[in-house]
Ligand binder design. Structure first.
Ligand code: NDP
Ligand code: 8X3
Length: 282
């Protein structure tokens, strides 16, 4: 599954100096050359589209997920710029193994996109299965912090890097049945902001990317546990955000000049808005 891209390393080193502004001859650093982007949850949805976007723009992507057949298909589509690696973010051994398997020339990760995540169910808190809550916490929170903790030290040592965490509007606004899913995404946002607090002065950036209703991914199919009719209903009569919208936002964040940090960004489709408070009247 792993294919090393020899021959890119030297070009990369010099281009990174330019990219991150350390070239004294280049006061306006170019942001266009050869980043290595580590994307979790790249077998579907946002993650796969982000991989396409970064590769289309000349970057390399480490594409990770549990479904290796999907990763292989994406790698075949993207060619040598994509490195597929099996990864279950809920399993510390799988994380250690994935990182250990990175070929030398792929080890300098410029951007970590913590995208792997899921919602399970829409039942109210007093009816929702506890194991669903544990899976969401294990994936959206614990998995995300494990990957971040593993890759941050090298970024800090190099004085450059970016962590993009996939939050959600569900972490900003409560809705019925959002209980633990929304809480995990609130965690993602606060963790990201706290990263910012710790990383000031290191040159490493962090962003919470929080989309609203987004169609064309497997998110609702997973949430409704394979009830594809229920999943499709979520988007009926709407023009939701697309994975391409989110991928282009992630790409924009990653290619801003190094002195610019997007702390948190929230996107909704134009057809989505807010409701009044729900008041139970006698
Ligand atoms: P998808 O269901 O289409 O993709 C989710 C990805 O996460 C898959 O590639 C899946 O791969 C991966 N994944 C799930 N569990 C694990 C795990 N334990 N280890 C590794 N990978 C895992 O969802 P989206 O693309 O729509 O969502 C991506 C992220 O964006 C999620 O964090 C989601 O919460 C967030 N989000 C989604 C919104 C939406 O409306 N779609 C809106 C706001 C935020 P595999 O199963 O192969 O492991
Ligand atoms: C996904 C968006 O509104 O379904 O995070 O919770 S929502």
């Amino acid at each position: 599954m792993i294919r090393a891209r020899n021959g890119k390393a030297n070009k990369r080193v010099s281009s990174l100096y330019i990219q991150f502004g350390y070239n004294p001859k280049s006061p306006s650093p170019s942001r266009t050359i050869n980043m290595i982007v580590f994307i979790t949850g790249a077998s579907a949805g946002f993650g796969a589209e982000m991989a396409r976007t970064f590769v289309k723009n000349g970057h390399q992507v480490v594409i990770c997920a549990r479904r290796t057949d999907r990763l292989e298909a994406l790698a075949a589509e993207l060619g040598d710029a994509a490195l597929p690696i099996e990864l279950d973010v809920t399993d510390p051994a799988s994380i250690a193994n994935a990182l250990a398997m990175l070929p030398q020339s792929w080890r300098q990760i410029d951007v970590l996109i913590n995208n792997a995540g899921l919602a399970l169910g829409t039942k109210p808190a007093h009816e929702a299965p506890l194991e669903d809550w544990e899976t969401m916490i294990g994936t959206n929170c614990t998995g995300l912090v494990r990957l971040t903790r593993a890759l941050l030290p090298a970024m800090v040592e190099r004085g450059s890097g970016l962590v993009i965490n996939l939050g959600s509007v569900a972490g900003h606004y409560p809705y019925p049945g959002g209980n633990v899913y929304g809480a995990t995404k609130a965690f993602v946002e606060q963790f990201t902001l706290n990263l910012r607090a710790d990383l000031v002065g290191t040159g490493v950036r962090a962003t919470n990317l929080a989309p609203g209703l987004c169609g064309g991914t497997e998110f609702s199919n997973v949430r409704f546990k394979g009830d594809d009719a229920a999943a499709a209903k979520v988007y009926e009569g709407t023009t939701p955000l697309t994975a391409k919208d989110i991928a282009e936002t992630a790409y924009w964040i990653a290619t801003l000049p190094p002195h610019v940090n997007v702390n948190s960004i929230e996107l909704m489709p134009t057809c989505q808005g807010f409701s009044p408070f729900n008041i139970k009247r006698s």
